[in-house]
Design a binder for this molecule. Structure first.
Ligand code: PGA
Length: 250
């Protein structure tokens, strides 16, 4: 029996301002009636304090977009898991493809970030996904399995506490979306990999991300192993994000 509630997570990336956030969060909070899925927004680190105070007591959880692989120390510019915890952060994205591609994050760094988050009581949202060339050369399964294997290897039995997000790189911010069948195919592979690692694999939510929007969310969410979404662009528009939360609440 499936024990997973749908989880919808907005990834604001490097967007927003104190003024814009106040409007967006207030619009979101006032439209949450009828939403019964789990929901969160991952805001820039500089906006955690504001979002924490606006979201307190609400059904919208707070998330961050990255965390240091180190516990503390001389790491200029880094933010530790304990620092995120001070702001009551529930989720943190680790290994987003933009960090892997633009900031050189390796599978092992991503695994350590997940470990730091778990040790601080924060749920890491571990992103995996293949590039366009890997997709076209039939390497999707091998790539996502390699990325997830590093996290499984470093986190042992805690692996049932993570969230996984399958985000095909070719679908992020491009308007191209995996078909529901393509997404389910990869989610099924990831589920089987988790099952081989833990008896609790059915507890792990596997989100889809990559141009998910108000028009395609319901079909993606109808797949048995698509347990929610990690949503970039469409999470910055209150009406779109709310309609996706409602699609996940059916
Ligand atoms: P997108 O981004 O929804 O804008 O494609 C998703 C993500 O990068 O998490």
């Amino acid at each position: 029996m499936t024990v997973r509630s749908k989880l919808m997570v907005g990834n604001w990336k490097m967007h927003g301002s104190l003024a814009a956030n106040a409007f967006l969060l207030s619009d979101l909070l006032s439209g949450m009636g009828g939403v019964n899925c789990l929901a969160a927004v991952c805001v820039p680190a500089t906006h955690l304090a504001q979002a924490q105070s606006l979201l307190v007591g609400s059904a919208l959880a707070l998330g961050a977009q990255d965390v240091s692989a180190h516990e503390s120390g001389a790491y200029t510019g880094e933010v530790s898991a304990a620092m995120l915890r001070d702001f009551e952060v529930r989720y943190v994205i680790v290994g987003h493809s933009e960090r892997r591609q633009l900031h050189g994050e390796t599978d092992i760094v991503v695994a350590h970030k997940a470990q730091r988050a778990l040790a601080a009581g924060i749920t890491p949202i571990v992103c995996v996904g293949e590039s366009l060339s890997e997709h076209e050369s039939g390497q999707t399964e091998a790539v996502v399995k390699r990325q997830l294997a590093a996290v499984i290897h470093s986190n042992g039995h805690c692996i049932s506490e993570i969230v996984v997000a399958y985000e095909p790189v070719w679908a992020i911010g491009t308007g191209l979306t995996a078909t529901p069948e393509q997404a389910q195919g990869v989610h099924g592979v990831l589920r089987a990999q988790l099952q081989a690692a833990t008896a609790q694999a059915d507890r792990v939510s596997i989100l889809y991300g990559g141009s998910m929007n108000a028009a395609n969310a319901a079909d993606l969410l109808a797949q048995p192993d698509v347990d929610g979404g990690l949503i970039g662009g469409a999470s910055l528009k209150a009406t779109d994000f709310l309609s996706m939360l409602k699609a996940a609440s059916r």
